[in-house]
Every structure is written in C-alpha cells, then in structure tokens.
Design a protein around this ligand. Structure first.
Ligand SMILES: *Cc1c(COP(=O)(O)O)cnc(C)c1O
Length: 490
C-alpha cells in the first residue's frame, strides 16, 4: 500500500449534503403526518411473513442509496409499530412521547456528546435536569441523582448504594462473602420483577428476597412485614432494605409509605421506593398526601419515559445521601483524571454515580419538555390520566355484564366481562378473546393480568393523547365483541 496522498480519504458523511438534508426534511414531514393522523389509524397490525423474512437477512456487504434505505423503513418497519404513540394504547405501562421530545432527541443525537465526563454544555443540562427531578419529588437539594436508561437500571443503581453503605459491613471492598450475615431485602408479592433481578445481580440471591403478602387493595401488609423482619433477626440474618412500590404494575397499588418508612427507621434499614410508574402521581393532589413519605426515602427510582411522556428511554435514581451514592461507584482510573481547566475540567463525572460510563444526551428531551410545558401542565396531564381511569371504572360499574377486578388506583383500571352461567375458565377464554380481537381489529390495546386467579383486562393509562371519549369507545367495543363471541357460541 502506498503512503502517498492521493486525496481519496474515506468518510461516512454524505456525498451530496443537499440530498441528505432533503431526505431528513421528508422524514420529519412523514413523522408529523403520522402523529397528526394517528387517532384515525389502527393501533396495531400483525406483521406479515414477508416483512419478518425481510428483517432476517445477512449483513449487507455493499452500501445502498439512503433514499432506498428510507423507503425500506417506510415499507417494512414504520407500519408495524408497537402502538404506544396511539391514543388508545393501554398495555403494560408505556408512555406516548411528544413531538418536541422527539426533536430534542434528534438534536441530542446531532450534537452527539458523551455526557459522562468533561466540560461541555450537556453536563450542565444533565445536572439541571437531575436537580429538577429532585424538585419534582421534593427531595432535598443536597441529594444526588443520575439519569439512566429506565426504571430497572434506576432500581439496581439505588439498591447497589443501599447494599454498599449498609452499616460498617464494607461490602464494596470486601464483598458479600465477608458480611457478618446474609442480607435480606423486603418487598411485596406485587413488586416489579426487576427488584428480584437486581437483588440477584447485587449478590443477595433470590432466597434473600422476602415477598410480603398484600391486602385486598394489593398493598403490602405491614404486620406481615414486621413479623418477617423479626423472624429473620431471630434467625441471625441482616434485614437491610425495604422496597415500597408507588404504583404497582398490576393495579397501580400504593404500598403504605408512611408505615414502611417508620419500620425501616425502627430497624435501621434502607428505605427504597420503586416509583418507576407512579412516583409522579405526587403531582396529582388526590395522591400527593399518600405519597408524601416518598420524600423521606433513602432512595427513589422513577421513569420519565412513562409518566413524563418523554420518548424512550430515560429513568432517574435519586439518593438522599450524596456521599453514600458517590462512595458506591466512584473510581478514577488514569485515563479519566479530572482537570481544573480545559475539556477535562468541569463537573464531577457522572460515572462516579452509576455503573455506565458512556451515556447519551438523554437529559435534553427532558429539559426541553419541562421548559415547553412547565410543571403545572404535567400535573394536569397526570391528573387527567387518573380521572380517565376513574371514568372507565364508572362506565364498567354501569354495565352488569362488566365487573371491576381491582379497586382503581392511579391510572390503572382492571375489569372483565362476566356471565352468570360461565365457569372461571370460560370467563378466561371470553376475556382473552375480547382482548385479542381488540388488538387484532386495531381498536385499542389493553393488556391482561391475573388477579386473585381471575384473568382480567388491564387498562394502564400514561397516554397524553387519550380523551375521555376513548373510554366510552373502549367499553362499547368490549361489549360488542363480547356479545359477538357469546352469540357465536365460542
Ligand atoms: C416499568 C416499571 C419498572 C421497570 O422500569 P423500566 O423502565 O421498564 O426498566 C419497574 N417498576 C415498576 C413499578 C414499573 O412500573
């Protein structure tokens, strides 16, 4: 190979900038048409076999025109979206996103800073957004926090701090093997699976997770909790952390925060709140009282891609004691030395507060969204989702063929169709079929769960596009489909 300069340096930038710019404008136009018309579209379409085949090809050896690549996107990918941008998406707990949030992601990607370390604007936006998260949750100014990919990462980040700072066990340096006894974590049977996974990853093991029973409103029974803690103490174990959930995935239930806080203080334990879905319900005055004790928690995890409606993905961990937070994660290798000036100057590396090093500029979409709408508007939106869930329950109660399967809490309504002559397994088949037809006909997307052995439709609403009338439509369609299934004798 000759080292002579023959002026043929390769690059990945476009050969024709104007053409790429024009393509970019068209992409934005297509997105805006999509959002504007989404209410009239089907919520979901089955993916045809040829699309799945197309998406199962070997890596291309040669490149192709960006225009063609975009046409393939429009043909094979865009039409088969999940549907959580649609006003009647109510499955799992999934946010809608907003147009400015999407544009902010485009800008963040265009600037493309690695927002982990260094003196540049993204670091200050990130810090400001973490401070705003503290303000939203009424956490003290001195608390620390970090933006991560979502609720699961936010929970494991917090539980790592809880573990490493437990008494004088020095678990960070010595490992769990040297702990004076087995550490035990407490949560309810309704707790999200990521808490168990986190406990496994931080070395406690599944057997050290105590899943406490719940009352008829699916909230943790504190008498059972305390009895279990005492039994574990007596057995020589080390109860170290209580996880309360603000808004369970199944039914939106809220564990008794005040009592969990008291019990954790009484036994010298860490109090962590998984508020991935429902910590932000604090902004709705109906719930702010019951969620007040969250402000006293040692740590809190919550998602911004759920109830702040920002595009995927971003969650937040807040830690009351910033020193404990930093001492759990800070390591400074030679290649990451902080300077007092220049590009390596500035704020403390974000990497000192979490496991990940490289991180995108996810703070920008939150920064722009909170500026666009302000806290008040978000409080109104969250309250609106809660009122819509209550309205749906009201409609369900008006129809003798429908029944609620859980009390409505926050923005989750669980209900099912019933029939006096049907067995439990016939009811299961009936409601399963209703759910599948609602999705396959592209009408609405609830999901399902099983509560007290009853298969049930589950409507979780963190959707900024939903209107009250969508609840009327949903009930009408459930009754229509349910009636059709019964008439056809299935
Ligand atoms: C969604 C959710 C999680 C997981 O959060 P991800 O953002 O999906 O990782 C954890 N706990 C609760 C209560 C949730 O609703």
């Amino acid at each position: 190979m000759s080292l002579e300069n023959n002026n043929k340096d390769l690059t990945l930038d476009p050969e024709n900038w104007d053409q790429m710019r024009e393509l970019g404008h068209r992409m934005i136009d297509d997105l805006f048409e999509y959002w504007k018309g989404i209410r009239e579209e089907k919520i979901w379409k089955p993916i045809p076999a040829e699309v799945k085949d197309f998406l199962d090809q070997p890596i291309p050896e040669k490149g192709q025109d960006p225009e063609e690549v975009y046409q393939e996107f429009k043909q094979f990918i865009f039409p088969y979206n999940k549907g959580n941008v649609h006003p009647r998406f109510f499955a799992w707990i999934q946010g809608t996103g907003t147009p400015l949030g999407v544009l902010a992601d485009l800008l963040a990607s265009g600037m493309n800073p690695n927002a982990a370390i260094g003196e540049h604007s993204a670091m200050y936006v990130d810090r400001q957004v973490v401070n705003w998260c503290k303000e939203l949750m009424n956490f003290p100014k001195e608390a620390s926090g970090i933006l991560v990919s979502g609720g699961s990462m936010a929970n494991i980040t917090a539980l790592t701090v809880a573990r490493n700072s437990f008494r004088d066990e020095k678990i960070r340096s010595k490992g769990l093997k040297a702990a004076s006894a087995q550490l035990v974590l407490y949560c309810s049977v309704e707790t999200h699976s990521c808490i168990q996974k986190a406990a496994e990853i931080i070395g406690l093991g599944t057997d050290a997770v105590r899943k406490i029973g719940v009352n008829e409103r699916f909230e943790m029974r504190t008498n059972e909790l305390e009895a279990q803690i005492q039994a574990d103490l007596q057995a020589g174990l080390l109860p170290f952390c209580i996880v309360g959930t603000s808004g369970t995935v199944n039914t939106g239930a809220i564990d008794p925060m005040e009592e969990l806080l008291e019990i954790s203080r009484k036994y010298g334990m860490w109090f962590h709140v998984d508020g991935a879905y429902g910590a932000l319900a604090k902004l709705d005055s109906k719930y702010s009282g019951r969620l007040k004790a969250i402000e006293e928690a040692d740590s809190l995890a919550f998602d911004l891609h759920k109830w702040l409606y920002v595009p995927y993905e971003v969650g937040c961990t807040l830690i009351r004691d910033a020193k404990k937070h930093r001492e759990s994660f800070a390591v400074t290798p030679n290649y990451l030395l902080q300077e007092s000036r220049g590009l390596a100057g500035g704020l403390d590396s974000v990497n000192n507060y979490g496991f990940e090093l490289s991180r995108g500029f996810k703070a920008l979409k939150i920064w722009m969204s909170l500026k666009e709408h302000g806290r008040e508007k978000y409080a109104q939106m969250i309250a609106q989702n809660n009122r819509q869930a209550e309205y749906l329950a009201h409609l369900v109660n008006q129809h003798p063929e429908l029944e609620l399967t859980a009390p409505v809490s926050m923005s989750i309504t669980c209900f099912r169709m019933i029939h006096p002559d049907f067995s439990e397994s016939q009811l299961r088949e009936l409601n399963r079929e209703i759910l599948l037809r609602l999705q396959e006909e592209g009408i609405a997307s609830p999901s399902s769960t099983i509560l007290n052995g009853k298969f049930t439709l589950r409507v979780a609403n963190v959707n900024q596009r939903t209107r009250m009338e969508d609840m009327d439509l949903l009930v009408r369609e459930v009754l229509r489909i349910g009636g059709e299934i019964q008439n056809s004798g299935t």
